[in-house]
Write a protein that binds this ligand. Structure first.
Ligand code: HEM
Length: 142
C-alpha cells in the first residue's frame, strides 16, 4: 500500500514551524522511554552527532515513504553498522516510534487522524525493513 508521503511531510513541516530543532525533544523522549540508550551516546555540548543522526534518519524516512531514490537504504546499512555502538536492531524500530510520538505531542491539535494513519503505516513498513535485516544477520555463513 502506498504511504501518503504528503501527510508525513506536512507533519514534519508543521513541527519545523513550531520548533527550531527536534533534537532535544527526540532524544529526551528516547532516553526516558529507553534509558539504556543514553550512555551509548557521547556527551557533547551541541549534540552535533545526535542532531546529524536524527537529520539523516528523517531524510531516510521521507525517502522511504516517498520516492525511494536511495536515502532509505541508509536504514539497512546503519542497522548493520551500528552493531559497534551496541545498538540492537529493535532500537531502530523504537527510535522511529520515538520520532513519531515526539511529532504527535508537538503538533497537538494539528496532528490529524489521517496523519496518524500515515505514520502508523510508515512505522509498520519500517518494522519490516528492520525485521528483514535481523533475518539477514542471523543467517549462518555457508
Ligand atoms: C535510520 C536510523 C539511524 C541512522 C541513519 C543513524 C546514523 C548515524 C550516524 C551517521 C552516526 C554518526 C557516525 C559517526 O560519525 O561516527 C550515528 C552514530 C550513533 N548512533 Fe545512529 N543512526 C540511526 C539509528 C540509531 C539508533 C536507533 C540508535 C540507538 C538508539 C543509534 C545510536 C547511535 C550511537 C550511540 C551513535 C554514536 C554516537 C556518539 O558517538 O555519540 N543510532 N548514527
Amino acid at each position: 500500500m502506498t504511504i501518503p508521503i504528503s501527510l508525513i511531510e506536512q507533519s514534519l513541516e508543521l513541527a519545523a514551524v513550531g520548533c527550531d530543532d527536534l533534537t532535544p525533544l527526540v532524544y529526551r523522549r528516547l532516553f526516558s522511554d529507553h534509558p539504556e540508550t543514553e550512555s551509548m551516546f557521547r556527551r557533547e555540548p551541541k549534540d552535533l552527532v545526535k542532531g546529524s543522526m536524527l537529520a539523516l534518519t528523517i531524510d531516510a524516512l521521507i525517502d522511504f515513504a516517498g520516492e525511494r531514490k536511495g536515502a532509505f537504504r541508509m536504514i539497512e546499512c546503519e542497522v548493520l553498522s551500528h552493531d559497534a555502538y551496541g545498538t540492537a536492531p529493535q532500537l531502530f524500530r523504537q527510535f522511529f516510534w520515538v520520532i513519531a510520538n515526539t511529532l504527535r505531542e508537538l503538533l497537538g491539535d494539528q496532528w490529524s487522524p489521517p496523519m496518524e494513519q500515515a505514520w502508523q503505516q510508515l512505522l509498520i513498513e519500517l518494522d519490516r525493513i528492520v525485521e528483514s535485516n535481523q533475518t539477514v544477520q542471523t543467517v549462518a555463513p555457508p
